[in-house]
Design a protein around this ligand. Structure first.
Ligand SMILES: *Cc1c(COP(=O)(O)O)cnc(C)c1O
Length: 368
Protein backbone atom coordinates (compact mmCIF):
# COMPACT_ATOMS: atom_id res chain seq x y z
CA UNK A 1 0.00 0.00 0.00
CA UNK A 2 1.24 3.52 -0.91
CA UNK A 3 -0.64 6.31 0.83
CA UNK A 4 0.41 9.86 -0.09
CA UNK A 5 -0.26 12.98 2.01
CA UNK A 6 -2.27 14.31 -0.93
CA UNK A 7 -3.02 13.04 -4.44
CA UNK A 8 -4.08 15.59 -7.05
CA UNK A 9 -4.29 12.94 -9.76
CA UNK A 10 -7.11 11.24 -7.86
CA UNK A 11 -8.74 14.64 -7.45
CA UNK A 12 -8.48 15.27 -11.19
CA UNK A 13 -10.05 11.89 -11.98
CA UNK A 14 -12.91 12.77 -9.63
CA UNK A 15 -13.45 16.20 -11.23
CA UNK A 16 -12.54 15.62 -14.90
CA UNK A 17 -16.20 15.70 -15.94
CA UNK A 18 -16.82 19.14 -14.48
CA UNK A 19 -13.55 20.91 -15.18
CA UNK A 20 -12.90 19.75 -18.77
CA UNK A 21 -15.99 21.59 -20.15
CA UNK A 22 -15.09 24.70 -18.12
CA UNK A 23 -11.59 24.75 -19.62
CA UNK A 24 -12.97 24.23 -23.13
CA UNK A 25 -15.40 27.12 -22.60
CA UNK A 26 -12.57 29.50 -21.70
CA UNK A 27 -10.36 28.35 -24.58
CA UNK A 28 -13.16 29.00 -27.05
CA UNK A 29 -14.10 32.38 -25.59
CA UNK A 30 -10.92 34.11 -26.76
CA UNK A 31 -10.89 36.08 -23.47
CA UNK A 32 -8.35 34.96 -20.87
CA UNK A 33 -7.86 37.59 -18.17
CA UNK A 34 -10.50 39.55 -16.18
CA UNK A 35 -13.69 38.52 -17.93
CA UNK A 36 -17.01 36.81 -17.32
CA UNK A 37 -15.63 33.69 -15.59
CA UNK A 38 -13.74 35.79 -13.05
CA UNK A 39 -16.77 38.00 -12.39
CA UNK A 40 -19.05 35.00 -12.00
CA UNK A 41 -16.61 33.28 -9.61
CA UNK A 42 -16.19 36.44 -7.52
CA UNK A 43 -19.97 36.75 -7.17
CA UNK A 44 -20.46 33.06 -6.31
CA UNK A 45 -17.58 32.89 -3.84
CA UNK A 46 -18.65 36.10 -2.07
CA UNK A 47 -22.16 34.71 -1.78
CA UNK A 48 -20.91 31.31 -0.56
CA UNK A 49 -18.83 32.99 2.16
CA UNK A 50 -21.61 35.40 3.07
CA UNK A 51 -19.49 38.45 2.21
CA UNK A 52 -20.49 41.42 0.09
CA UNK A 53 -17.42 41.31 -2.16
CA UNK A 54 -14.72 39.00 -3.49
CA UNK A 55 -11.75 40.10 -5.61
CA UNK A 56 -9.85 37.41 -7.54
CA UNK A 57 -6.05 37.59 -7.35
CA UNK A 58 -3.01 35.65 -8.54
CA UNK A 59 -2.20 33.87 -5.24
CA UNK A 60 -2.96 33.66 -1.54
CA UNK A 61 0.28 35.47 -0.76
CA UNK A 62 -0.76 38.38 -2.99
CA UNK A 63 -4.16 38.34 -1.29
CA UNK A 64 -2.50 38.74 2.12
CA UNK A 65 -0.24 41.52 0.85
CA UNK A 66 -2.95 43.52 -0.90
CA UNK A 67 -5.28 43.07 2.09
CA UNK A 68 -2.63 44.53 4.40
CA UNK A 69 -1.90 47.40 2.00
CA UNK A 70 -5.62 48.10 1.67
CA UNK A 71 -6.01 48.57 5.44
CA UNK A 72 -3.09 51.00 5.44
CA UNK A 73 -0.10 48.84 6.40
CA UNK A 74 3.14 50.36 5.09
CA UNK A 75 6.89 50.23 5.79
CA UNK A 76 7.50 50.31 9.54
CA UNK A 77 3.98 49.23 10.54
CA UNK A 78 3.78 46.66 13.35
CA UNK A 79 1.67 43.61 12.50
CA UNK A 80 0.81 40.84 14.97
CA UNK A 81 0.88 37.31 13.57
CA UNK A 82 1.58 33.75 14.63
CA UNK A 83 4.94 32.10 13.89
CA UNK A 84 3.68 28.52 13.28
CA UNK A 85 1.83 29.02 9.99
CA UNK A 86 4.48 28.57 7.32
CA UNK A 87 5.95 32.11 7.01
CA UNK A 88 3.41 33.28 4.38
CA UNK A 89 2.37 36.35 6.39
CA UNK A 90 6.01 37.07 7.25
CA UNK A 91 6.93 36.97 3.54
CA UNK A 92 4.31 39.61 2.91
CA UNK A 93 5.44 41.77 5.84
CA UNK A 94 9.02 41.64 4.55
CA UNK A 95 7.79 42.68 1.08
CA UNK A 96 5.95 45.66 2.56
CA UNK A 97 8.76 46.54 4.96
CA UNK A 98 6.39 46.09 7.91
CA UNK A 99 7.58 44.46 11.16
CA UNK A 100 6.14 41.16 12.40
CA UNK A 101 5.14 41.02 16.07
CA UNK A 102 5.02 37.29 16.78
CA UNK A 103 2.28 36.02 19.07
CA UNK A 104 2.22 32.57 20.67
CA UNK A 105 -0.47 29.96 20.01
CA UNK A 106 -2.62 27.69 22.16
CA UNK A 107 -1.28 24.21 22.78
CA UNK A 108 -4.54 22.40 22.02
CA UNK A 109 -5.76 24.31 18.95
CA UNK A 110 -2.42 25.56 17.50
CA UNK A 111 -4.25 28.89 16.93
CA UNK A 112 -3.35 32.40 18.10
CA UNK A 113 -3.59 32.71 21.89
CA UNK A 114 -6.02 35.57 22.67
CA UNK A 115 -4.19 36.41 25.93
CA UNK A 116 -0.90 36.73 24.07
CA UNK A 117 -2.62 38.95 21.49
CA UNK A 118 -4.01 41.17 24.25
CA UNK A 119 -0.45 41.70 25.52
CA UNK A 120 0.90 42.94 22.18
CA UNK A 121 -2.20 45.03 21.56
CA UNK A 122 -1.47 46.82 24.84
CA UNK A 123 2.06 47.54 23.57
CA UNK A 124 0.67 49.04 20.34
CA UNK A 125 0.30 47.37 16.93
CA UNK A 126 -1.15 48.50 13.59
CA UNK A 127 -2.92 45.31 12.42
CA UNK A 128 -3.44 41.62 13.23
CA UNK A 129 -3.34 38.67 10.85
CA UNK A 130 -4.99 35.56 12.28
CA UNK A 131 -4.53 32.20 10.54
CA UNK A 132 -7.26 29.56 10.63
CA UNK A 133 -4.58 26.89 10.70
CA UNK A 134 -5.20 23.34 9.42
CA UNK A 135 -8.79 24.36 8.58
CA UNK A 136 -9.86 25.26 12.11
CA UNK A 137 -11.56 28.61 12.72
CA UNK A 138 -10.10 30.87 15.37
CA UNK A 139 -12.54 32.22 17.93
CA UNK A 140 -13.17 35.43 16.03
CA UNK A 141 -15.56 36.89 18.56
CA UNK A 142 -12.90 36.83 21.26
CA UNK A 143 -10.14 38.11 18.96
CA UNK A 144 -12.38 40.91 17.68
CA UNK A 145 -13.27 41.99 21.19
CA UNK A 146 -9.54 42.45 21.88
CA UNK A 147 -8.75 44.59 18.82
CA UNK A 148 -11.93 46.55 18.13
CA UNK A 149 -11.70 48.93 21.14
CA UNK A 150 -8.38 50.04 19.62
CA UNK A 151 -9.63 50.19 16.00
CA UNK A 152 -6.93 47.76 14.92
CA UNK A 153 -7.72 46.11 11.56
CA UNK A 154 -8.19 42.33 11.71
CA UNK A 155 -7.16 40.27 8.67
CA UNK A 156 -8.06 36.58 8.35
CA UNK A 157 -5.74 34.16 6.57
CA UNK A 158 -8.28 31.64 5.22
CA UNK A 159 -5.88 29.79 2.89
CA UNK A 160 -6.59 26.54 4.77
CA UNK A 161 -10.18 27.20 5.83
CA UNK A 162 -12.53 27.65 2.82
CA UNK A 163 -16.06 27.13 4.10
CA UNK A 164 -15.37 26.63 7.81
CA UNK A 165 -18.39 27.94 9.71
CA UNK A 166 -19.18 28.80 13.32
CA UNK A 167 -22.45 30.30 14.61
CA UNK A 168 -23.57 30.94 11.02
CA UNK A 169 -20.45 32.89 10.08
CA UNK A 170 -18.02 31.49 7.56
CA UNK A 171 -14.26 31.91 7.49
CA UNK A 172 -13.51 35.31 6.03
CA UNK A 173 -16.47 37.30 7.32
CA UNK A 174 -15.49 38.18 10.88
CA UNK A 175 -12.57 40.52 10.27
CA UNK A 176 -12.11 43.55 8.02
CA UNK A 177 -10.76 41.56 5.09
CA UNK A 178 -9.76 37.94 4.45
CA UNK A 179 -7.21 36.27 2.19
CA UNK A 180 -7.84 32.95 0.40
CA UNK A 181 -5.47 30.77 -1.60
CA UNK A 182 -6.60 28.42 -4.39
CA UNK A 183 -3.26 26.63 -4.66
CA UNK A 184 -4.07 23.14 -6.04
CA UNK A 185 -3.84 21.30 -2.68
CA UNK A 186 -6.13 23.70 -0.76
CA UNK A 187 -9.71 22.70 0.09
CA UNK A 188 -10.82 24.65 -3.01
CA UNK A 189 -7.96 24.36 -5.47
CA UNK A 190 -7.27 25.67 -8.98
CA UNK A 191 -5.06 23.97 -11.60
CA UNK A 192 -2.29 26.45 -10.91
CA UNK A 193 -1.90 29.44 -8.62
CA UNK A 194 -4.85 31.58 -7.58
CA UNK A 195 -6.15 33.62 -4.67
CA UNK A 196 -8.81 36.10 -3.59
CA UNK A 197 -9.84 38.46 -0.87
CA UNK A 198 -13.34 38.65 0.55
CA UNK A 199 -14.65 41.59 2.55
CA UNK A 200 -17.80 43.33 3.67
CA UNK A 201 -16.17 46.74 3.32
CA UNK A 202 -16.73 48.22 -0.17
CA UNK A 203 -13.82 50.66 0.19
CA UNK A 204 -11.38 47.77 0.79
CA UNK A 205 -12.70 45.82 -2.21
CA UNK A 206 -12.40 48.91 -4.38
CA UNK A 207 -8.82 49.59 -3.27
CA UNK A 208 -7.78 45.98 -3.96
CA UNK A 209 -9.32 46.11 -7.45
CA UNK A 210 -6.94 49.02 -8.16
CA UNK A 211 -3.96 47.36 -6.49
CA UNK A 212 -4.33 44.14 -8.52
CA UNK A 213 -4.08 45.94 -11.87
CA UNK A 214 -1.23 48.46 -11.93
CA UNK A 215 -3.16 51.04 -9.88
CA UNK A 216 -5.16 51.99 -12.98
CA UNK A 217 -8.18 54.22 -12.43
CA UNK A 218 -9.21 54.46 -15.21
CA UNK A 219 -7.14 52.33 -17.61
CA UNK A 220 -3.59 53.69 -18.19
CA UNK A 221 -4.05 56.32 -15.44
CA UNK A 222 -2.12 55.29 -12.34
CA UNK A 223 -3.56 56.55 -9.07
CA UNK A 224 -2.27 54.35 -6.22
CA UNK A 225 1.10 53.15 -4.92
CA UNK A 226 1.85 49.54 -4.01
CA UNK A 227 0.03 48.19 -7.08
CA UNK A 228 1.09 45.31 -9.32
CA UNK A 229 -0.29 42.77 -11.76
CA UNK A 230 -2.11 40.15 -9.68
CA UNK A 231 -5.12 38.74 -11.47
CA UNK A 232 -6.99 35.43 -11.25
CA UNK A 233 -7.06 34.30 -14.88
CA UNK A 234 -10.19 33.06 -16.64
CA UNK A 235 -9.02 29.45 -16.79
CA UNK A 236 -8.52 29.28 -13.02
CA UNK A 237 -11.76 31.19 -12.37
CA UNK A 238 -13.75 28.79 -14.57
CA UNK A 239 -12.27 25.74 -12.84
CA UNK A 240 -12.99 27.22 -9.40
CA UNK A 241 -16.54 28.12 -10.46
CA UNK A 242 -17.10 24.52 -11.57
CA UNK A 243 -15.66 23.12 -8.32
CA UNK A 244 -17.30 25.49 -5.82
CA UNK A 245 -20.67 23.63 -5.72
CA UNK A 246 -18.77 20.54 -4.54
CA UNK A 247 -16.75 22.21 -1.79
CA UNK A 248 -19.26 21.40 0.98
CA UNK A 249 -19.21 17.71 0.05
CA UNK A 250 -15.40 17.61 -0.05
CA UNK A 251 -15.16 19.41 3.28
CA UNK A 252 -17.66 16.95 4.78
CA UNK A 253 -15.53 14.04 3.53
CA UNK A 254 -12.38 15.63 5.04
CA UNK A 255 -14.23 15.97 8.36
CA UNK A 256 -15.31 12.34 8.13
CA UNK A 257 -11.69 11.26 7.65
CA UNK A 258 -10.50 13.47 10.54
CA UNK A 259 -13.21 12.04 12.77
CA UNK A 260 -12.25 8.48 11.79
CA UNK A 261 -8.64 9.24 12.76
CA UNK A 262 -9.60 10.87 16.06
CA UNK A 263 -11.81 7.91 17.01
CA UNK A 264 -9.32 5.28 15.87
CA UNK A 265 -5.96 6.63 17.05
CA UNK A 266 -5.19 5.36 20.51
CA UNK A 267 -1.43 5.21 20.78
CA UNK A 268 -0.61 6.67 24.24
CA UNK A 269 2.50 8.35 22.79
CA UNK A 270 0.38 10.46 20.44
CA UNK A 271 -1.99 13.34 20.98
CA UNK A 272 -4.67 13.53 18.30
CA UNK A 273 -7.00 16.50 17.81
CA UNK A 274 -10.56 16.47 19.12
CA UNK A 275 -13.32 15.26 16.80
CA UNK A 276 -14.21 18.06 14.44
CA UNK A 277 -17.41 20.03 13.82
CA UNK A 278 -18.33 22.46 11.04
CA UNK A 279 -15.89 25.06 12.37
CA UNK A 280 -13.13 22.83 11.04
CA UNK A 281 -12.73 21.89 7.36
CA UNK A 282 -9.85 19.48 8.11
CA UNK A 283 -7.40 20.90 5.59
CA UNK A 284 -4.65 19.01 7.41
CA UNK A 285 -4.89 16.30 10.06
CA UNK A 286 -2.07 17.07 12.49
CA UNK A 287 -1.10 14.99 15.50
CA UNK A 288 1.45 15.80 18.19
CA UNK A 289 4.06 13.25 19.22
CA UNK A 290 7.43 12.93 20.90
CA UNK A 291 10.08 11.26 18.77
CA UNK A 292 8.30 12.07 15.51
CA UNK A 293 11.26 11.04 13.36
CA UNK A 294 10.84 7.48 14.58
CA UNK A 295 7.09 7.59 13.87
CA UNK A 296 7.64 8.99 10.37
CA UNK A 297 10.27 6.34 9.59
CA UNK A 298 7.89 3.63 10.80
CA UNK A 299 5.08 5.02 8.61
CA UNK A 300 7.33 5.43 5.57
CA UNK A 301 8.41 1.78 5.86
CA UNK A 302 4.71 0.86 5.63
CA UNK A 303 4.21 3.10 2.55
CA UNK A 304 2.51 5.92 4.44
CA UNK A 305 3.75 9.43 3.67
CA UNK A 306 3.64 12.08 6.38
CA UNK A 307 4.65 15.75 6.52
CA UNK A 308 5.56 18.46 9.00
CA UNK A 309 3.48 21.66 8.97
CA UNK A 310 5.61 23.52 9.85
CA UNK A 311 9.11 22.62 11.02
CA UNK A 312 10.59 26.11 11.56
CA UNK A 313 8.97 28.94 13.56
CA UNK A 314 9.00 32.13 11.47
CA UNK A 315 11.42 33.91 13.82
CA UNK A 316 13.95 31.07 13.38
CA UNK A 317 14.01 31.24 9.59
CA UNK A 318 17.43 32.20 8.25
CA UNK A 319 16.04 35.24 6.45
CA UNK A 320 14.95 36.79 9.76
CA UNK A 321 17.58 35.33 12.06
CA UNK A 322 20.19 38.00 11.39
CA UNK A 323 17.77 40.94 11.74
CA UNK A 324 17.56 41.00 15.50
CA UNK A 325 16.94 38.72 18.44
CA UNK A 326 13.33 37.66 18.31
CA UNK A 327 11.45 36.53 21.38
CA UNK A 328 11.13 32.76 21.60
CA UNK A 329 7.51 31.60 21.89
CA UNK A 330 7.31 28.50 24.13
CA UNK A 331 4.19 26.81 22.73
CA UNK A 332 5.19 27.54 19.12
CA UNK A 333 8.63 26.03 19.84
CA UNK A 334 7.17 22.99 21.56
CA UNK A 335 4.71 22.27 18.75
CA UNK A 336 7.22 22.85 15.94
CA UNK A 337 9.27 19.92 17.22
CA UNK A 338 6.30 17.58 17.57
CA UNK A 339 3.68 18.12 14.85
CA UNK A 340 3.14 15.41 12.21
CA UNK A 341 0.61 15.62 9.36
CA UNK A 342 -1.16 12.39 8.35
CA UNK A 343 -2.80 11.87 4.92
CA UNK A 344 -6.19 13.64 4.73
CA UNK A 345 -7.85 14.49 1.41
CA UNK A 346 -11.36 13.80 0.10
CA UNK A 347 -10.40 10.92 -2.22
CA UNK A 348 -8.70 8.92 0.55
CA UNK A 349 -10.65 5.68 1.22
CA UNK A 350 -11.81 4.46 4.64
CA UNK A 351 -9.66 1.39 4.09
CA UNK A 352 -6.58 3.59 3.67
CA UNK A 353 -7.45 5.66 6.74
CA UNK A 354 -7.82 2.46 8.78
CA UNK A 355 -4.46 1.25 7.49
CA UNK A 356 -2.78 4.50 8.65
CA UNK A 357 -4.55 4.23 12.03
CA UNK A 358 -3.26 0.68 12.53
CA UNK A 359 0.29 1.65 11.59
CA UNK A 360 0.24 4.60 14.02
CA UNK A 361 -1.32 2.54 16.81
CA UNK A 362 1.29 -0.23 16.53
CA UNK A 363 4.23 2.23 16.61
CA UNK A 364 6.43 2.28 19.71
CA UNK A 365 8.86 5.13 20.21
CA UNK A 366 12.56 4.42 20.74
CA UNK A 367 12.50 6.82 23.70
CA UNK A 368 10.29 5.11 26.33
C1 LIG B 1 -1.05 28.28 1.11
C2 LIG B 1 -1.05 29.30 2.17
C3 LIG B 1 -0.77 30.65 1.90
C4 LIG B 1 -0.25 31.14 0.58
O1 LIG B 1 -1.04 30.91 -0.52
P1 LIG B 1 -0.38 30.85 -1.98
O2 LIG B 1 -1.55 30.80 -2.89
O3 LIG B 1 0.46 29.61 -2.05
O4 LIG B 1 0.43 32.08 -2.18
C5 LIG B 1 -0.91 31.57 2.92
N1 LIG B 1 -1.27 31.19 4.16
C6 LIG B 1 -1.49 29.90 4.48
C7 LIG B 1 -1.88 29.55 5.88
C8 LIG B 1 -1.38 28.91 3.50
O5 LIG B 1 -1.60 27.62 3.83
Amino acid sequence: MRIPVNDLKRHFEATRGIIAPAIERVLESGWYVLGGEGQAFEAEFASYCGASACVGLASGTDALELALRAVGITAGSLVATVANAGFYTSTVLLAIGAVPVFVDVERETHLMDPNALAEVVAQGIDAVVVTHLYGRLCNMEVLRSIVSPHNIPLIEDCAQAHGAILAGKRAGTSGNVAAFSFYPTKNLGAIGDGGAIVTNEPSIAKKIRLLRQYGWNPKYHVTVRGARNSRLDELQAAVLLAKLPHLERWNARRREIATRYSKGLRNPKIHSPAIVGNENVAHLYVIVCEDRDSLRTHLAAAGVTSEIHFPVPDYRQAVLATDRSWPVLPVTEWLSERVVTLPCFPELTDHEVDFVISRVNEWQPCIP
